[in-house]
Design a protein around this ligand. Structure first.
Ligand code: GTP
Ligand code: MG
Ligand code: ZN
Length: 328
């Protein structure tokens, strides 16, 4: 929850609005009047106990006021209904709020150029569960798939849709699948997240005529570390609602998960965990665990269980507990 901090002198009335862009040096706020103004921040906005690299996020509903220096300042953040946050880098104590006050979050993934690791998808989905944000998967660059890729895509569709996550096959390049995507996001504020180069900005350009977002050059995409989008931005959809484009992230570190709650963020694991003998079972070899047999019998995908273990390990390290090992 953001700490409320009033502007010291505040001689002028506040205006309220929504942060629609973070340009690094300033935040663009769309006032309720529709006017967009650049604002700086004044005050100490923090989520309790968490250090963030960006105190104000795209999506925040804020109050702004003009100061004596004639600049506009964000002076108050209205409590967020939700947000998505990730650890800024592996060992970092700092975290980064990707967006706030959203109706949903979609991870854009690709099977090639670049190939998205499944753990990355699962970490994103678990984070969305942890923060009560509806999540889904977009598999982009369908135009590049050969028969093997298509087979893999179908297997992923079976897996993730059986857990309850919508998964769409699309191509920003030729427009395939975009009608289904339009239906899914219509009238909602949706975050698009994913590794760099998966086509987040290209998808927005394909969905929003005139969006004109910068996208990576084909020759750049083999070259790791390319980040074409450098700032977060909310783009209105012609059908109503908006998409939030953010810079690609390399990893998706979780933050502040208690080891015993990690399983709650994997609905497929949680389903079986209810039958474990101990309510705080971590599914790493405890007697009477119902999850491990379900993995062995393929009711739970091994890839999902591996992702679970990787987050459990991270959460345990954060909590200072012992390392967990895969029991088989
Ligand atoms: N073949 C093909 N190429 C695509 C598709 N979508 C995007 N691309 C290409 O992939 C590259 C990266 O696209 P971007 O839209 O810049 O990717 P991004 O996810 O916004 O990347 P960052 O801003 O760095 O996070 C560009 O060269 C696009 O032309 C697609 O559906 N098919
Ligand atoms: Mg981009
Ligand atoms: Zn168990």
């Amino acid at each position: 929850m953001a700490k409320k901090k009033k502007f010291d002198s505040a001689p002028l009335p506040y205006s309220s609005g929504r942060v629609v862009k973070n340009t690094g040096s300033s935040y663009i706020v769309r006032l309720d009047s529709g006017k967009e103004i650049p604002c700086r921040i004044k005050g100490n906005f923090r989520i309790k106990g968490i250090r963030t690299t960006n105190p104000v996020a795209v999506g925040d509903i804020v109050n702004v006021a003009k100061a004596a220096d004639d600049a506009d300042y964000i002076v108050e953040i209205t409590p967020r209904t939700n947000y998505i946050i990730r650890r800024a880098s592996n060992l970092s104590k700092e975290s980064h709020i990707l967006a706030s006050n959203i109706d949903g979050a979609l991870i854009v993934a690709t099977l090639r150029e670049p190939a998205t690791p499944l753990t990355f998808i699962d970490r994103f989905l678990a984070t969305a569960e942890a923060y009560s944000v509806k999540a889904g998967i977009i598999l982009n660059k369908e135009d590049m798939w050969d028969d093997d890729d298509r087979e893999l895509a179908e297997a992923l569709k079976n897996l993730y849709s059986s857990i309850g996550y919508p998964i769409l096959f699309v191509s920003a390049a030729n427009g395939d699948g975009l009608d289904d995507l339009r239906d899914l996001i219509k009238g909602k504020i949706t975050l698009l997240a994913g590794n760099s180069g998966v086509g987040k900005s290209s998808l927005i350009n394909a969905l929003v005529p005139g969006a004109g977002l910068r996208t990576g050059e084909i020759s750049d995409i083999h070259h790791t570390g390319t980040h074409t989008t450098t700032f977060s931005e909310m783009i209105d959809l012609p059908e109503g609602g908006a998409l939030i484009d953010i810079p690609g992230v390399r990893g998706f570190g979780t933050i502040d998960f208690a080891p015993e709650e990690v399983g709650h963020f994997f609905p497929d694991i949680f389903h079986f965990a209810k039958d474990c003998r101990y309510s705080d079972c971590k599914h790493t070899g405890e007697p009477g665990c119902a999850v491990i047999p379900a993995v062995e019998e393929h009711y739970i995908a091994e890839s999902r269980y591996n992702s679970y273990l990787s987050i459990l390990e991270e959460a345990s390290e954060e909590a200072g507990a012992d390392k967990y090992r895969k029991p088989f």
